[in-house]
Ligand binder design. Structure first.
Ligand code: MN
Length: 187
């Protein structure tokens, strides 16, 4: 895992996002979900794996309803420092728009090390966030596709446990866990 692609896409003299560096792994692996109002609203789901944030763009956002299978397109690794980034990416820059720290916390991988599961295209983990809790799976359904873009297709699915919520509605969760602002209030 490396941050070249992340850095190549960004001009750090223009964007407030961190340039960052690959770090030693934290004692407790972190996760973050950022609500990102760019050209299209989506949620960026990020898991700390081997000193960087493995990242997926989830158009409809994560769900606590185990019936929802949320498309999650794998994107470039981000630096760990990105987990605390909330603000505005200026016009003309990659991902221009508002970024909110929608949820944050730690996670525990279920079974083999996360990097191995990631490489195998099936990752199971337990989130301890403010909004997201309990077991989840990420499954790389596009793994065997010929088209490289299709290979980035994963599904994010809530496991059935005491944290499952069939009435989950993400639109009722428009607040930052850092600043309690709604997405339109980020500036
Ligand atoms: Mn994004």
């Amino acid at each position: 895992m490396a941050l070249e692609e992340y850095r190549k896409k960004r001009k750090f003299d223009e964007t407030p996002e961190p340039a960052g560096s690959a770090q030693k792994s934290s004692e407790q692996a972190r996760f973050v979900v950022q609500k990102h109002l760019a050209s299209h609203l989506h949620y960026d789901f990020r898991l700390e794996i081997d000193g960087v944030l493995a990242s997926w763009a989830v158009p409809k956002g994560p769900s606590l309803n185990p019936r929802d299978k949320r498309l999650a397109m794998m994107t470039e690794d981000h630096p760990l420092e990105y987990a605390d980034f909330e603000g505005v990416i200026p016009e003309g820059n990659y991902g221009a728009g508002k970024v909110m720290v929608w949820d944050q916390g730690t996670y525990e991988v279920q079974g083999k090390p996360a990097a191995e599961q990631l490489a195998e295209g099936s990752l199971k983990f337990t989130l301890k966030g403010e909004k997201l809790r309990g077991g989840f799976a990420l499954i790389n359904t596009g793994r065997r596709a010929a088209d490289p873009r299709q290979q980035r297709r994963w599904l994010l699915i809530k496991e059935r446990d005491e944290f499952a919520d069939p009435s989950w509605n993400i639109d009722e969760q428009d607040w930052s866990v850092l600043t309690h602002r709604g997405i339109q209030e980020i500036e």
